[in-house]
Design a protein around this ligand. Structure first.
Ligand code: NAG
Ligand code: NAG
Ligand code: NAG
Length: 375
């Protein structure tokens, strides 16, 4: 017994003790070195950050979103087999998807929709969302309500130096991107409004598949593509009146190609680009138009035009394959969440609705949008 004890103590206890003292000292020193250097704390990590621009009083819309699509989570690996990754041509221009490729992707998706059996909502992909609200000039009452809401949900991005107004939306976007850029490490950012419904399970599954495939491609001396994903327009008329009136746009007679603001996704590099250069970028009246202009000269932007984004100022005719739906009232979010694929909000204006087209990246922008989707 005694011998065994002695053997044990020399063989194990002493090394164990030495090891513990070593650990303790290492800890003291690393903590010491931490406290004297000025490294910022590690950024919170997530795969997807969702930025929802919201007006101070729209608590009903925020609650509808909290109770519905924000709870969706992806079933990974569903889409990897047909994920398009762009390549560069010999001059260093990124090849955008052709009309045939866009049409083919849509067909594949429609087939998947018919065949799918279930969506696993338990995936562990980390998603963080914030509702951005400008608070300057709010009444004491409004302020109080926002603080209460913020306490119970912890998902408001309150911008104290911003008066929340249409004219300030681009500034609001820039300030929000600054917050995201400074405080988070993420791969993709979805920007949407508080009347946008997103099939977040499908969108995230796509992004996971895209990201995985992208990481396996070697772009040699070219920069890895940054993603700019949404529904594009390259020939929108310059607004000369109304709340989106543009007084400073003189680059050309139409806006440059941009993804419509009801919902679009940009990758981390583009968010950091905006943040790094925010004091040099022109802030036009519309936030989505500004984004299109900011990225227009970058050669590594994959502009993924997708008919599944119904993101214009007015809903197109309802289609079951939409994954982002704009202009959705709070009560209709619940019906979509319950399984309705889309909502016909008002049927009387059918002829005034925006058209649905594939985007022609090979033509100049006046011919961008002539190939209509047949359905
Ligand atoms: C935009 O926000 C700034 C800062 O809060 C404010 O001074 C300005 O009046 C706002 N502009 C408009 C048009 O709301
Ligand atoms: C987030 O970034 C802002 C600057 O954009 C900073 O003032 C704030 O302290 C940061 N918040 C956190 C939690 O790091
Ligand atoms: C932004 O600035 C940081 C710090 O200077 C730099 O490391 C990073 O590469 C820049 N990113 C982009 C996309 O400009």
């Amino acid at each position: 017994m005694n011998i065994l004890y002695r053997v044990l103590s020399t063989r194990f206890l002493i090394p164990l003790l030495t090891f513990s003292i070593g650990c303790f000292l290492t800890n003291v020193f690393t903590n010491f070195s931490c406290s004297i250097d000025t490294e910022p704390p590690p950024k919170t990590e997530c795969f997807l950050f969702i930025l929802i621009l919201s007006a101070p009083d729209n608590i009903e819309s925020r609650n509808a979103i909290r109770e519905t699509w924000l709870n969706l989570r992806p079933h990974h690996s569903t889409f990897s087999h047909h994920m398009h990754i762009p390549t560069y041509d010999e001059k260093g221009f990124l090849r955008q998807e052709s009309i045939e490729e866009q049409a083919n992707s849509l067909e594949v998706y429609k087939m998947w929709l018919k065949a799918r059996h279930f969506v696993d909502k338990s995936s562990s992909t980390k998603i963080i969302h914030k509702f951005a609200v400008g608070t300057e000039g709010l009444s004491r009452y409004q302020h109080g309500l926002l603080l209460t809401e913020s306490k119970s949900h912890n998902d408001l991005l309150l911008l104290d130096n911003l008066q929340d107004s249409y004219r300030n939306l681009t500034k609001k976007l820039v300030l929000s991107l600054k917050f995201v850029s400074d405080n988070l490490s993420f791969r993709y950012l979805l920007k949407c409004d508080d009347d946008t419904y997103v099939k977040l399970d499908i969108m995230t599954a796509y992004l996971l598949a895209y990201h995985e495939k992208l990481s396996s491609v070697n772009f040699a001396s070219n920069p890895a593509p940054d993603l700019y994903w949404g529904y594009f327009n390259g020939k929108a008329n310059i607004k000369t009146s109304g709340q989106w009136k543009e007084t400073n746009f003189n680059l050309c007679s139409k806006y440059l190609p941009y993804a419509l603001g009801g919902g679009y996704v940009i990758s981390e590099g583009l968010v950091r680009y905006v943040n790094n250069n925010s004091d040099r970028l022109s802030l036009y009246a519309s936030e989505d138009i500004s984004v299109g202009i900011w990225f227009a000269s970058l050669r590594n932007v994959f502009r993924k035009h997708d008919c599944r984004f119904d993101t214009a100022y007015m809903a197109r005719v309802c289609k079951d394959y939409y994954i982002v739906l704009h202009k959705i009232k709070a009560e209709n979010m619940k019906s979509l969440y319950a399984g309705n694929e889309c909502i016909e909000e008002n049927t009387e204006n059918n002829d005034k609705r925006p058209l649905e087209y594939f985007y022609n990246w090979k033509a100049t922008s006046m011919q961008c949008c002539d190939t209509l989707v047949n359905w």
